[in-house]
Design a protein around this ligand. Structure first.
Ligand SMILES: [Zn+2]
Length: 197
């Protein structure tokens, strides 16, 4: 169903959001219209500001608003310990446990043969070349990837590419299979971090 040209344009954009189908996009567009000009201005300013300010950290590929994130630039963190996660939001969830003092590496995806998400599209090579490089002080990798086939495959591949002896651990069992890291409550995640195997 077509509404007005500008509503249709907004609906078209909203439909690109994950989990938003045509009906939901239409409902959201009408909601935004009804909220009035102040709301639309604030929403578009927030979107513009976000797209101008948020970027990937040059070191860990987490998200931040400077070239290097607060965690990577913090000399009090243990830079010899890298926690490997799938998504930038996983960093915030693990930080929320207050149980981890190392740094992170965000892969921005997992190996998924079905989706053809191969190694070149992931942020794996930067991690591996950092570890394999001369004078690297990294001594431990902590895998905090979702306990599912793609997480295991990604971990196995990274392990195979590492040419140096490293302490390698992963989150303890107890996290439901197939569960996303962001859906695990802080207490369970903290326990899994402390009992990693
Ligand atoms: Zn960083």
């Amino acid at each position: 169903m077509s509404l007005t040209p500008s509503l249709d344009r907004l609906i078209h954009q909203l439909q690109k959001l994950p989990g938003v189908g045509p009906k939901n996009a239409q409902r959201l567009a009408l909601f935004i219209f009804k909220k009035g000009a102040d709301f639309s201005n604030a929403l578009s300013e927030a979107l513009l500001e976000m797209s101008r300010s948020v970027k990937y950290c040059n070191i860990c590929s987490g998200i931040c608003e400077s070239d290097v994130c607060d965690i990577c630039s913090n000399s009090l963190r243990d830079h010899s310990k890298i926690c490997v996660v799938e998504k930038p939001t996983d960093v915030f969830h693990i930080e929320g446990t207050g149980q981890y003092n190392g740094v992170y590496h965000v892969l921005n995806g997992l190996i998924s043969p079905l989706e053809y998400l191969t190694i070149d599209k992931l942020n794996i090579k930067t991690l591996v070349s950092k570890i394999n490089g001369d004078g690297c002080a990294v001594g431990e990798l902590v895998f905090a990837l979702p306990p599912k086939v793609e997480g295991d495959a990604t971990m196995a591949l990274i392990k195979k590419m590492i040419l140096k002896p490293l302490k390698i651990s992963k989150l303890a069992q107890g996290i439901p299979t197939g569960c996303e890291i962001e859906h695990i409550d802080s207490m369970t995640l903290a326990r899994a971090l402390n009992n990693r195997s």
